[in-house]
Design a protein. Structure first.
Length: 462
């Protein structure tokens, strides 16, 4: 079905202070993958929206009263109508103070309301403006849902704590003993899944090609893992994988492209690599009830010829610092929060290098609220830089080497609010003989956290 363009019209009502005067927004990244709509039970087959490439993440779907179509809503208030759904207007080209988080259609289907994160309401078509949640949501709360009621011009609004919790973990592959664990039918991430479940978004470094395409490159270590690794990651709660590292092209461009396709088919978002530089530096924007998060992948360990370029597959190199920082700034316009996973540092060194520290400062200055690193294969310290959290190395995570100190790992969970980083938690784990991260408890967990604290810059050791 044809997509109705999001040409803006004036809303018939709005909450106070929700938007500046209408003006065209600046350039923004186009999301790499379109949405999918699935039908269950006796529901009719829905129109296919997969060719849609919105500028902002799709946050919800609203059916028409006849179930003959639906509207998709993007976080900028862009409205995409399918089937018998009609377009009555949008906020897609308004400059909003807060992103749109919810939509509700009127009982007739001849109009709809959009709710902004601060509770502001925009009404279109026959939707009547009945009031706004602006100033009424409660301290630290944001709007997260909107439900129409049978009585004309009325609705309920859901408010939730305005926080996003993002989890980060280190290097993952599926070879050696990890491959044997996968082949046995076990999920090597199962022991840590409960920790992932406490986060809204989880990100890991996928340090391997996946599949069977390509040929091994001339380098000391080359990894190619089975596709079952990807389904194991998704089943455990991982949503985003970073491919900006020195193993993504172990089987050449063909291996990289197959990895990307397989990961997306498994339901994982990809950052840090792509078919060209534009795709490699593009963020994965994840919508959550507490706000949206843009994840960017970068690498400072880039074998010759591996950097993505115009028309050239590869990884997002932070040596092109202008492209890296521009990507972060663009992501700030597309999401409430921006986090970066980066591959850098010196292998087996527990202290960050001067280059790591300088790069972290540049990424934070560009707008990154979290910078989480890997590549040294051991833990490095946590610190704050300009109010942002920097984890210099999260070490191995699902890995074939479990010799100390490379076996000590964990999940870093960072809570983000409108004010920035509000809390952090490190759940320590130790990699066992099957390459699985096993959470530590009691004295062992206390000792692991104390060891990580001793690695923080300015703590005396580093």
């Amino acid at each position: 079905m044809a997509i109705v363009a999001t040409t803006p019209v004036s809303p018939s009502g709005r909450g106070a202070g929700l938007a500046a005067a209408a003006e065209t927004a600046g350039p923004s990244p186009v999301l790499a993958a379109g949405p999918t709509v699935l039908a269950f039970g006796p529901a009719p087959a829905p129109p296919d929206p997969s060719t849609l490439r919105p500028r902002r993440p799709i946050l919800g779907i609203t059916p028409t009263p006849t179930a003959g179509g639906y509207w998709l809503t993007a976080s900028d208030g862009g409205i995409f109508a399918f089937g018998d759904a009609r377009f009555y207007g949008s906020t897609g080209n308004l400059t909003l103070n807060q992103p749109i988080v919810a939509m509700a259609a009127t009982p007739t289907g001849d109009g709809y309301w959009l709710a902004a994160r601060d509770g502001g309401i925009f009404a279109f078509g026959d939707a009547a403006f009945a009031g706004s949640g602006t100033g009424r949501l409660g301290a630290g709360r944001v709007a997260a849902g909107l439900v129409p009621l049978p009585s004309a011009g009325s609705y309920w609004m859901l408010a939730v704590p305005g926080r996003v919790r993002v989890g980060f973990a280190g290097d993952v592959h599926g070879v050696g003993r990890v491959g044997a664990t996968l082949a046995s039918g076990m999920n090597p991430l199962a022991p840590i899944a409960a920790t992932f479940a406490t986060n809204d978004v989880n990100v890991v470094n996928l340090e391997t090609a996946v599949g069977s395409a390509g040929a091994p490159q001339a380098k000391q270590y080359v990894f190619q893992s089975p596709p079952s690794l990807l389904s194991a990651l998704r089943a455990a709660g991982v949503g985003v994988v970073n491919l900006a590292n020195n193993h993504a092209l172990d089987y050449g461009a063909a291996g990289l492209l197959e990895t990307i396709d397989l990961a997306r088919a498994a339901g994982l978002a990809i950052v840090g690599a792509g078919r060209d530089s534009s795709e490699a530096y593009a963020p994965a924007v994840i919508a959550t009830p507490g706000g949206s998060v843009a994840v960017i992948g970068l690498s400072q360990v880039v074998p010759p010829g591996w950097a993505a370029g115009p028309g050239r597959p590869g990884v997002a190199s932070v040596y092109d610092l202008a492209s890296a920082t521009n990507a972060i700034r663009a992501a700030r316009a597309a999401a409430d929060h921006v986090v970066v996973m980066i591959h850098w540092g010196i292998e087996r060194d527990v202290c960050p290098s001067g280059l790591q520290r300088a790069t972290a400062a540049a990424l934070v200055a560009a707008g990154a609220e979290v910078v989480a690193g890997g590549h040294p294969h051991v833990l490095q310290g946590l610190t704050t830089v300009g109010g942002s959290m920097v984890a210099y190395s999260l070490g191995n995570f699902v890995w074939y080497d479990n010799s100390p100190p490379a076996d000590l790992t964990g999940v870093l969970s960072v809570e983000l609010a409108q004010s920035g980083v509000t809390a952090t938690e490190f759940t320590p784990a130790r990699i066992d003989g099957g390459g699985r991260p096993i959470p530590l408890t009691g004295d062992a967990a206390t000792a692991a956290r104390a060891y990580l604290a001793s690695l923080a810059p300015a703590s005396g050791r580093c």
